[in-house]
Design a protein around this ligand. Structure first.
Ligand SMILES: C[S@@+](CC[C@H](N)C(=O)[O-])C[C@H]1O[C@@H](n2cnc3c(N)ncnc32)[C@H](O)[C@@H]1O
Length: 217
């Protein structure tokens, strides 16, 4: 690699020396991301329930791992599911991918990149995914609920509240339906999930999650 090329590559991986020092912000190159994901190819792409296998990125950066995980899951959905199952399977794939990021600009880059990857997949297959479609709205909701702003080390948001995430449990007897169960990040480190402190939701279609129907409404 010439020194000019090397400088360009380093610039892409590092935004500023201040951010490297303060936040440890150095992005992993795409080739290395792919090599690392090859190590979990079975969970991501070939195991019987690969769609639902959970991935969590505690330092999400601009979403390079998250997007590569989604891309692989969507390719595997395309290969293993019939066309009429892609919508539901792609949303469940999105629901299985989590991230936390400290810096607001990185967080919004990560969320945007996930939405672009998801929308492109559907648009390439002729499925409308415009902002008014329920597919788009559910995808935005899942991305914004699963990939959140906060400090993974403390388990707190920048406002000092507990970071909240949600499980998206499939309703076994009703394919395509999901039961949302919020929990705190901190509870993962304690005695197990604490599902008690947040709103409870009604089971709904995975493409209706953005309506946030409460169980007690
Ligand atoms: C080394 S970069 C890695 C980004 C991405 N995971 C990658 O491999 O390309 C670290 C990222 O973690 C974020 N970060 C640093 N401390 C964090 C914390 N306590 N909680 C959440 N994110 C944090 C930084 O803002 C930065 O975007």
């Amino acid at each position: 690699m010439s020194s000019i090329t090397q400088t360009i590559v380093e610039k892409l991986l590092v935004k500023s020396q201040h951010r490297v020092k303060t936040y440890g912000e150095v992005f992993t190159p795409r080739s290395m991301v792919e090599q690392m994901l090859d190590l979990v190819r079975e969970e991501l792409e070939t195991s019987p329930n690969f769609v639902d296998k959970t991935f969590f990125e505690p330092a999400a950066g601009d979403g390079n791992f998250l997007v590569a995980i989604l891309r692989r899951k969507l390719r595997a959905v395309e290969k293993n599911y019939s066309h009429d199952e892609w919508l539901t399977a792609s949303l469940f794939a999105l629901a299985s991918i989590y991230g936390i990021e400290l810096l607001e600009d990185n967080l919004s880059d990560a969320q945007e990149a996930m939405l672009t990857e998801f929308s492109q997949f559907h648009e390439e297959h002729g499925v409308p995914c415009g902002p008014r479609s329920s597919l788009h709205q559910a995808a935005v909701f899942l991305i914004n609920t699963n990939i959140v702003h906060g400090n993974t080390l403390t388990g707190l948001t920048l406002q000092g509240e507990e970071i909240q995430l949600s499980w998206w449990n499939r309703v076994v007897a009703a394919p395509g339906m999901v039961q949302r169960e919020p929990f705190t990040l901190a509870s993962l480190r304690d005695d197990g999930f604490d599902f008690t402190i947040y709103d409870r939701y009604r089971a709904c279609g995975i493409d209706e999650v953005h309506e946030e129907a409460r169980a007690d409404a």
